[in-house]
Design a protein around this ligand. Structure first.
Ligand SMILES: C[S@@+](CC[C@H](N)C(=O)[O-])C[C@H]1O[C@@H](n2cnc3c(N)ncnc32)[C@H](O)[C@@H]1O
Length: 360
């Protein structure tokens, strides 16, 4: 049981003094989800008053497009009498509130819907309860408890919030990045002995000295687990996040507080720690589970192919006083120099399904 007066930084330092340096993944895990002091356990981090803003909070149209995507998939799945819709990390519940306003127009979908939410943050869960009560959601702590119904999984900016491991190349060998103490200050270090080469993966085989292999093992394992659950149930997983389409060396860890970058070691639990998502690795996990992984597309192309421009222009015609803010939200979601290209979309689906927004 943690002492009430101690900060998460104090607890981490005590652990390092007792047990030695911890891996970056362990450090990230504590910073993000320590039961009482973790970043995602305490407060609402979203919005202009928080640390960052996400697509559903920029415009209602983001969730509406996902709603149309869900409705289309539900119809392709043969309009089952019951299906589970699971959102991972639903934030304030905004995406689902907007999505379900649209999706429930599909005949039978509202009656068939079994809504499940996977959320670690009690403050956000309370907001989700308020926002989504009309759809009677249940919160699950373990995805293995899902029933046997067909399943649609949505995750926006979820995988970037899971811990990663980093390995640094030194004289032809890989050493794991750790967090230790020097002169009482938290510092990055390296494991004293090298890590097994074979476990790092072929994508990093030609890495040069000094290069970093960043491996989102927790995300890849969770993706594999979810896709194995999807297999026998039928359905699809859609995930949207910032990241890269092909596994590549490089480090992307960043800490954000009040919309600005901060030192990731300075205030554990007070800043969001994230990394860019390796979509190729997530796709590999989906394929290994037997699903069809559709070619990764950019957020800009996904949203526009679902009709985002038409929706924005209909809203602007109906509300001319909002035309400027709608145009700015459209740019923010789709332009290459804003979220349009950095954010990617991946869908892993049962063979035979043709998820909208992906090339046929
Ligand atoms: C960056 S926010 C995105 C929120 C929302 N999807 C949106 O787009 O606005 C990450 C979400 O994932 C949740 N989350 C982070 N780590 C989690 C974990 N390990 N287990 C479950 N939920 C987690 C957070 O509490 C939050 O709801």
């Amino acid at each position: 049981m943690a002492e009430p007066g101690l900060s998460l930084g104090d607890l981490i330092d005590m652990q390092i003094r007792q047990q030695g340096p911890m891996s970056l993944a362990s450090y990230m895990g504590l910073c993000l989800t320590h039961p009482t002091r973790g970043y995602y356990r305490k407060a609402d981090p979203l919005g202009t008053g928080g640390d960052f803003i996400t697509a559903p909070e920029i415009s209602q149209t983001f969730g509406e497009m996902i709603g149309a995507w869900i409705a289309d998939l539900y119809l392709q799945m043969g309009s089952p009498e019951k299906f589970t819709l699971l959102e991972l990390g639903p934030g304030r519940g905004t995406l689902l509130a907007d999505a379900l306003r649209v999706a429930t127009r599909a005949t039978g979908l509202a009656e068939a819907l079994d809504l499940k939410l996977y959320e670690t943050n009690p403050v956000l869960a309370a907001m989700q309860r308020e926002r989504l009560s009309a759809h009677s959601p249940d919160w699950i702590e373990d995805v293995e408890t899902l029933g046997a119904s067909p399943l649609i999984i949505i995750a926006n900016e979820f995988f970037d919030a899971l811990p990663v491991r980093q390995f640094v190349r030194r004289e032809g060998k890989w050493y794991e990045r750790s967090v230790g103490l020097a002169d009482g200050q938290r510092v990055f270090g390296l494991s004293p002995t090298p890590y097994q080469e074979a476990l790092i993966g072929e994508a990093f085989a030609s890495a040069e000295d000094g290069e970093v292999a960043e491996i989102g093992l927790a995300g890849q394992q969770f993706m594999g687990q979810l896709c194995r659950l999807l297999g026998p149930r039928g359905g699809a997983l859609l995930t949207i996040d910032y990241g890269y389409a092909h596994t590549q060396p490089g480090e992307t860890l960043q800490a954000l507080a009040r919309h600005a970058p901060v030192d990731p070691l300075a205030q554990p639990g007070a800043a969001d720690l994230t990394t860019h998502v390796d979509f190729e690795a997530l796709g590999r996990a989906g394929r290994m589970a037997g699903l069809t992984v559709h070619p990764i597309v950019t957020q800009g192309s996904f949203l526009t192919s679902l009709g985002l421009a038409e929706r924005h222009s209909a809203l602007a015609t109906a509300n001319p006083q909002k035309a400027a803010s709608l145009a700015s939200a459209f740019d923010r979601l789709t332009r290459a120099d804003q979220m349009g290209e950095l954010f990617k979309v991946l869908c892993a689906a049962s063979p035979g399904l043709r998820p909208a927004g992906f090339p046929a």
